[in-house]
Design a protein around this ligand. Structure first.
Ligand code: A3P
Length: 289
């Protein structure tokens, strides 16, 4: 009831969130009271970094390559969102070990994480690709303010005036966790380049031993082509009230699509801000640099 307009955001702690599916109360309670348990696996991303892909991979690893789960239950029920009204409720009712997703920035994340041994996977992606992917997503989503052009979305993104706030702040905050034993840092780019190795790293991190055949199945069934056909994973199931049709989360699935979208001037402006905001990180940490 706080905000019901679909052309705006829900503001929480100074950050914009989607209006539909979110509430001030749940965002507040999740951050302060939600209990993350040692046996949980938590997937953290900035929106459009490959969240749904990772959920598919994690579910397939969990089921040793069996596809029953991913073919019968939608992504958001397999790995509920901590900060959404529906996800928060689902998680509170669920027995452990739980799989859960979140886009929350570090400073708004449930405090219980810091004393738990839960396994955290953070997946990052070239921010220019995140921007382009986000432009398509938020243009189709009827959940909050919709951009009218890429140029307009570009301005919003650079200022952090998009759902979940600034990409730069998100990554800066979460990078502070990267040396923890229970945190695995992955990139969309390395998953693209060598998915088998990336999936092996995930298995090792989770302490899951898969046979070569099981691993083959994880690889095949989480591939872009197969995922695009899975209506439990491609967003075909999302009600039309929430997304303009046709909308699939599996849009293009490549690295470097920004080159087909951003002008030279935009790319240069982006790089300038990037250099200012991302100064101080070690070389080699980010695969897109
Ligand atoms: P594009 O819009 O660039 O195609 P999220 O799940 O965090 O919303 O991220 C969505 C992005 O991940 C989309 O990027 C989507 O195509 C890509 N994606 C989803 N499944 C994928 C897969 N199996 N392989 C590669 N990319 C995938």
């Amino acid at each position: 009831e706080l905000i019901t307009m679909t052309d705006d955001y829900l503001w929480f702690e100074g950050l914009p969130f989607p209006v539909i599916g979110y509430s001030y109360e749940v965002l507040k309670e999740a951050g302060s009271q939600f209990v993350i348990k040692d046996e949980d696996t938590v997937l953290v991303t900035y929106p459009k970094s490959g969240t749904n892909w990772l959920v598919e991979i994690l579910c397939l690893i969990h089921s040793h390559g069996d596809t029953k789960w991913i073919q019968s239950v939608p992504t958001w029920e397999r790995s509920p969102w901590i900060e959404t009204d529906e996800g928060y409720k689902l998680l509170n009712e669920r027995e452990g070990p739980r799989l859960m997703s979140s886009h929350l920035p570090f400073h708004l994340f449930p405090k219980s994480l810091f004393t738990s041994k839960a396994k955290v996977i953070y997946i990052m992606r070239n921010p220019k690709d995140v921007l382009v992917s986000g432009y398509y997503h938020w243009t189709m989503a009827k959940l909050c303010k919709q951009p009218e052009s890429l140029e307009q979305y570009f301005q919003w993104f650079m200022q952090g005036n998009v759902s979940y706030g600034s990409w730069f702040e998100h990554i800066r905050g979460w990078m502070s966790m990267r040396h923890r034993e229970n945190v695995l840092l992955l990139s969309y780019e390395e998953l693209q380049k060598d998915p088998r190795s990336a999936i092996e790293r995930i298995c090792q991190f989770l302490g899951k031993k898969l046979t070569p055949e099981e691993l083959d199945s994880v690889l095949k069934n989480s591939s872009f082509q197969v995922m695009k056909q899975n209506k439990m994973s491609n967003f075909e199931m999302v009600p039309e009230a929430l997304f303009t049709r046709p909308f699939l989360i599996t849009r293009k699935g490549i690295s470097g699509d920004w080159k087909n979208h951003l002008t030279v001037a935009q790319a240069e402006a982006f790089d300038k801000v990037y250099q200012e905001k991302m100064a101080g990180f070690p070389k080699g940490l980010f695969p897109w640099e």
